[in-house]
Write a protein that binds this ligand. Sequence first.
Ligand SMILES: NC(=O)c1ccc[n+]([C@@H]2O[C@H](COP(=O)([O-])OP(=O)(O)OC[C@H]3O[C@@H](n4cnc5c(N)ncnc54)[C@H](O)[C@@H]3O)[C@@H](O)[C@H]2O)c1
Length: 256
Amino acid sequence: MKRLEGRVALITGAGSGIGAATAQVFAESGAAVGVLDVDPGKAREVVSRIEALGGQAVALAADVSAFDQFDAAVQHLLRRYARVDVLVNNAAVQIMGPLHAFGDEDFDRVIAVNLKGSFNGCRIVLPVLMQQGHGVILFTSSVLGLVADPDLAVYGATKAGMIALMRSVALAYGSHGIRAAAVCPGDVETPLVAEYFRFQPDPEAARQAVSRHYPLGRIAQPTEVAKVLAFLASDDASFVSGSSVIVDGGLLANVY
Ligand SMILES: NC(=O)c1ccc[n+]([C@@H]2O[C@H](COP(=O)([O-])OP(=O)(O)OC[C@H]3O[C@@H](n4cnc5c(N)ncnc54)[C@H](O)[C@@H]3O)[C@@H](O)[C@H]2O)c1
């Protein structure tokens, strides 16, 4: 039997990068997947790829920072599959810049999508999981929830905030059969990280310099994070809750 056979999973920000890879890996593992993204075209593309491989998925268009849109997407998923077993709070935006010059609007946007989006996901899905008596809430945090980048202070604050939310979910809802966990990836080959390199004075030199910091000599592919999320979503991780799993190819093992 496949690892997520019979499960229904909702993945936010699933139109691209880690979310898209997670949708695909979950579907290959037997789950029916709600592919939620603010960009409906990208969500539909991921659904088509999953269906072409014989998997089950539905595209859901919503901005996670807008409670009503997110709630409507969850209701749509529930009408289709009558349950949801796993939520992956994955959608995020990254806006770079030095803290002293970071604008109000940028601050509000990063907080709204990354942190409030995860909060919305929890408060919409938790009542369903409590009623079912089981479920898993996963968060795509980051190594930047644990350590810092000088140009990503606010982004890092949201990633640390997601870990705090995750721990509270684990504590408060464990007695309902609900687990929570986070992944903390290092750099992953996605449009988000390409944007990071574009921001550097010499993008190619920056990419090579970043890769050299990794004991494995490279950054990750999205499926390398997706497979950890699939493990955490599955019964193979039945006693994993309140934990953050670092998926960084050894990056944080280094001091100097
Ligand atoms: N790429 C990395 O190096 C890296 C490292 C650590 C953590 N992460 C985290 O992984 C997650 C996915 O990042 P990625 O690199 O795949 O990014 P990405 O930019 O490739 O994909 C993010 C997706 O989220 C969607 N999205 C953005 N705002 C949204 C909103 N308001 N509502 C719904 N969907 C929205 C986008 O349309 C996009 O499809 C993020 O939480 C990110 O912080 C990424």
